[in-house]
Ligand binder design. Structure first.
Ligand SMILES: NC(=O)c1ccc[n+]([C@@H]2O[C@H](COP(=O)([O-])OP(=O)(O)OC[C@H]3O[C@@H](n4cnc5c(N)ncnc54)[C@H](O)[C@@H]3O)[C@@H](O)[C@H]2O)c1
Length: 911
């Protein structure tokens, strides 16, 4: 008898837990759903699965099976823990791994002794390694564990039998001993056990599913040809199946079995190692982690700004995968009010806001007036430093060897005698120079500090490089309002140049250029630079006044540490722009707007707007989000700059409340002007173009454009399935699973999986085909009543995930049909998902007054139906049998207009 813990009591967890108990083990199953656990304790089954209830009851009575919500209780004596939590599918078919992550984290936090963790949830290839990483990184202290992948192959409706009589068990692990221990659990089942590595085991699950899907799609395609040519697919399949190389399984025609991307230029908000948020093009994010041309990569430790659709709050999400691949197909540009844009492949999930909450739909399904959200609230982020200690920061920079430290007050000269003897001669040939010049190389400074023989308060130190000894800089720079404004001025009016100075030395020059009239800003820059200890020179020409600082360190600080760029086109917000307080964020914007902002009067000078223009897309995208974090919703436009022929991004702020909020953004002088006009605002027009919803602002889709492209596209998979893009747009991530995931993985590795792609296309068509048949028979489904027999994705289960019935119902409802339905067990689940369906008590009630009935799930009880009665109840005797349940000739005899799948209507056939 082994001690087993099973996490998750869904179809897989409950069947496995009960199965292992039946084999004589002691099993504790854990689920976070307290209601489910309570129900199980009271002997009520949370799912419908034939034969399971009796088995649960027997094992609970024998004391071998327990249910709890407590991981402590579950893991207390366990040697094995099975992860059986759900991996629901997003619209793009991706596996949502958040439950697996949560389970792994809780196991890591709760475990007190070594464990073998077995993953039964269906997860993308490589996830086993990821589970191990999560456990390792979450454990408060290291406790040994192994991860084994044991993919689940059970079929709902026959799950108990499948557990007891599996065709095979697949075990994958890097730890052979762990696999062997798990194999012992399965030995009593006397089925073949395949032992392999983690990734191969995960791949076996995908390849098996893809193969089965291929068989179904194959026979479905044959069925469509049969219909056209008048052959009967059932007999075709039978005839084929007797061939031993083919076999009968999975050759039943029916309604089918149950990659999307961004452009490289899309802005994402990436957290760096310090937790600072940087707006980055997806292309650069990808190239940061790999230089491969096409790749699927799992970047370690990368995080992005994201949005939790469950809590409705912003969050930081882990990036699981980034990909790049060539794409030929349709690209959609979804334009919303406030000039915002989403540009994605047509099948990319987009999040829209509806009366019922957030809805994830394909870009293709987005319609004018749909509501798209722009994030306003930032998630909790690491705080930016209150001050920059340049001595510390430069120590690990490439400038380290060139930097000198000097002390104000001649301190080094005075203390020389105390520390001189400790300086190794190989470190400094002429130590007395320290005394002479009151300065020392950075490396010597650190050496002496670490020896404990030099202790000068840092605020008494200055630094400079040997080549520009004239430009000293305080060693400590407070990150305060002055500093943020200075960076803002730099972003608007500054640039960095490197030119040949005297004797061929490279000079790094930071220049701030303002209009001569802008004395307020010029004075401000002069003051701030002086306070930082920096010397500068000034130049003036016709209209402009330029302040020039010649300092490699200052250039390094702006360009390399803050990553603000050097020229207008590559400007970026400083690396901690989102991590500073509201006040500092505003000061940064103040500097930027003072430099590059303009007040434009509108409405004959009675109203005004403030505009800010930049040619850097990513700075514009980030600035819009930064403004939103201060409750200012700007509109965005692009315009060609006349002179430079560059595309400028224009950020425009309007509306009384907003103007009031930022009236000082252009400095004191212009603030007065703004206030004066605001006083005379006739009407405080409420802003149009967006609505404020605290956490986000809502914009409306105004236009959708489609174009066919041939280009590289990028995708991102995050732990929350969403990502924040340009200007704070909350959008779905992209990443597909199973057949589509397999095809996708192949494509991103340069292959062209024609068969898998065709399989997906056929499956998709098979559902549409049923809808088309109804169109043919009813001419127009609008206003018609269509009955459905069966809602579950297959017989003997209440599971509606991936159910063709619901997919077809959705299509028909969109075209105005009214739906009535009956399913012996799946109605409660379906009603939750699609409350618009009228649920009936039996198949006859469905038929009452119906214009057509669709057979969607092959439940046994549908075989025994009194068809005569059904025909009389129906308004029109039209039946589309998606599961080939009935004899076409007989149905015709009974007076039905009957359509099955692949049963030759147009030849000599039956219809
Ligand atoms: N259902 C099938 O036929 C089938 C077949 C093969 C593989 N799979 C795979 O097995 C996995 C489970 O599928 P299912 O159909 O049993 O899912 P399910 O949704 O029926 O059950 C999942 C259960 O896990 C619980 N859960 C979620 N997070 C938890 C946590 N952190 N701790 C404890 N419990 C948690 C949920 O409350 C739920 O009861 C999925 O990955 C699925 O793809 C399912």
């Amino acid at each position: 008898m082994k001690q087993i813990c099973v996490i998750g009591t869904g179809y897989v967890g409950l069947v496995n837990g009960t199965g292992f108990a039946e084999l004589g083990n002691h099993v504790v199953t854990v689920d976070i759903d307290a209601k489910k656990v309570e129900a199980l304790k009271a002997g009520k089954m949370p799912i419908y699965e034939p034969g399971l209830e009796e088995l649960v009851e027997r094992n609970v009575r024998a004391g071998r099976l327990h249910f709890t919500t407590s991981y402590e209780e579950g893991l207390k004596d366990a040697e094995f823990v099975f992860i059986c939590v759900g991996t629901p599918e997003g619209v793009d078919g991706e596996a949502d791994l958040k439950y697996v992550r949560a389970a792994a984290e809780t196991i890591a936090k709760t475990m007190t002794h070594p464990l073998i963790v077995i993953n039964k949830s269906t997860v993308p290839v490589g996830t086993g390694d990821w589970v191990a990483d999560i456990i390792r990184n979450t454990q408060p202290k290291p406790i040994p564990f192994s991860v084994v992948s044991c993919p689940e192959f059970l079929r709902e409706g026959a799950a108990v039998n499948d557990f007891m009589h599996p065709d095979r068990t697949v075990l994958g692990s890097l730890d052979k001993r762990a696999s062997e221990a798990v194999a012992q659990l399965y030995l009593p089942l006397r089925a073949p056990i395949v032992m392999t590595d983690l990734r191969t085991a995960e791949m076996i699950k995908y390849a098996s599913n893809a193969f089965l899907a291929t068989r179904i799609s194959f026979i479905n395609e044959i069925s469509i040809i049969c219909e056209k040519l008048g052959a009967d697919v059932i007999e075709v399949a039978q005839g084929m199946g007797f061939d031993k190389r083919i076999g009968h399984h999975f050759l039943q025609a029916g309604v089918g079995y149950g990659g999307s991307c961004f452009e490289g230029d899309e802005t994402v908000f990436v957290l760096d190692d310090d937790g600072f948020v940087n707006a980055q093009p997806l292309r650069a994010f990808f190239e940061d982690v790999t230089d491969e041309y096409i790749e699927v990569i799992k970047p370690q430790g990368k995080r992005v700004l994201s949005f939790n659709l469950e809590t409705g709050c912003p969050e930081v999400a882990d990036v699981f995968v980034v990909t790049r691949r060539p794409y030929q197909g349709d690209m959609l540009t979804i334009k919303t009010s406030m000039g915002r844009k989403i540009r994605v492949t047509y099948d990319h999930p987009v999040i829209r806001l509806t009366d019922d909450g957030f809805e994830r739909v394909l870009a293709d399904e987005i319609r004018p007036n749909d509501q798209i959200m722009m994030l306003k609230m930032l998630p909790e982020l690491a705080s930016a430093p209150r001050q920059l200690n340049l001595i510390e920061l430069l120590r690990v920079s490439e400038l380290a060897n060139d930097v000198h430290v000097s002390a104000i007050d001649e301190t080094f000269t005075q203390l020389y005698a105390q520390f001189a003897q400790y300086i190794p001669s190989e470190m400094l040939r002429h130590p007395y120079e320290i005394k002479q010049n009151n300065r020392m190389p950075l490396s010597v400074y650190w050496y002496l500090v670490e020896q404990g023989v030099l202790d000068v308060p840092i605020d008494k130190l200055q630094i400079y490089t040997a080549k520009d000894s004239a430009t000293k800089l305080n060693a400590i720079i407070p990150v305060d309002t002055d500093f943020m404004r200075l960076i803002g001025y730099y972003l608007a009016e500054g640039h960095i140049s490197i030119d040949e100075g005297r004797a061929g030395a490279k000079r790094h020059r930071i220049q701030f250029t303002f209009h001569q009239d802008e004395s307020e800003y010029l004075d401000d820059v002069r003051d701030i630079l002086s306070r930082m200890g920096l010397k500068f020179i000034e130049r003036n020409n016709t209209n402009a006044q330029t302040i020039i600082v010649s300092s490699r360190i200052f250039a390094w600080l702006i360009r390399d540490y803050l990553k603000c760029g050097t020229q207008s086109h590559n400007k970026r917000l400083p690396r901690f722009a989102f991590n500073v307080s509201r006040t500092l964020r505003y000061e940064l914007l103040r500097g930027m707007f003072s430099g590059d902002g303009a007040i434009t009067p509108v409405n004959q000078g009675k109203n005004l707007i403030i505009e800010y223009a930049t040619v850097s897309k990513h700075m514009a995208d980030a600035t819009v989000l930064l403004l939103q974090s201060l409750d200012v919703i700007a509109s965005v436009r692009q315009r060609m700059m006349n002179k430079s022929k560059q595309l400028a991004h224009i950020i425009r702020i309007s509306g009384y409340e907003q103007m009031n909020r930022i009236s000082t953004i252009l400095g004191e002088k212009r603030s007065e002007h703004i206030q004066n006009i605001l006083k005379n605002y006739q009407r405080r027009i409420t802003p149009h173009g967006y609505e404020d919803a605290d956490v986000f602002a809502i914009t409306h889709v105004v236009d959708i454009q489609r174009e066919t492209v041939d280009q590289m596209v990028y995708s991102l998979k995050t732990s929350l399935d969403t990502v924040i893009t340009a200007g704070g747009t909350i959008i779905g991530q992209c990443f597909p699973k199973d057949v589509s995931a397999l095809s996708y993985m192949a494509q991103t590795h340069g292959m062209h999986p024609q068969l898998l792609n065709a399989v997906m296309e056929i499956n998709d068509f098979q559902r549409k085909h049923v809808a088309l048949k109804l169109h043919d028979l009813l001419h127009d489904v609008n206003g018609k009543t269509i009955g459905f027999w069966g809602l579950a994705f297959k017989e003997n289960t209440d599971d509606i995930r991936e159910s063709p019935a619901l997919a077809i119902i959705k299509m028909l409802m969109e075209q105005g049909a009214k739906i009535r339905a009956y399913d012996p067990v799946a109605m409660p689940n379906a009603a939750e998902e699609m409350p618009e369906i009228v649920m009936c008590n039996n198949p006859y009630e469905v038929a009452e007054g119906a214009d057509a009935v669709v057979v969607a799930t092959p439940w046994n009880e549908f075989k025994q139906i009194d068809m005569e009665r059904v025909r009389k109840l129906m308004k029109q005797p039209i039946m589309v049998d998606g599961r080939n349940m009935y004899e076409p000739a007989k149905m015709r005899e009974l007076g039905f207009v009957y359509r099955a799948v692949g049963r030759g209507y147009n030849g000599e056939g039956i219809a």
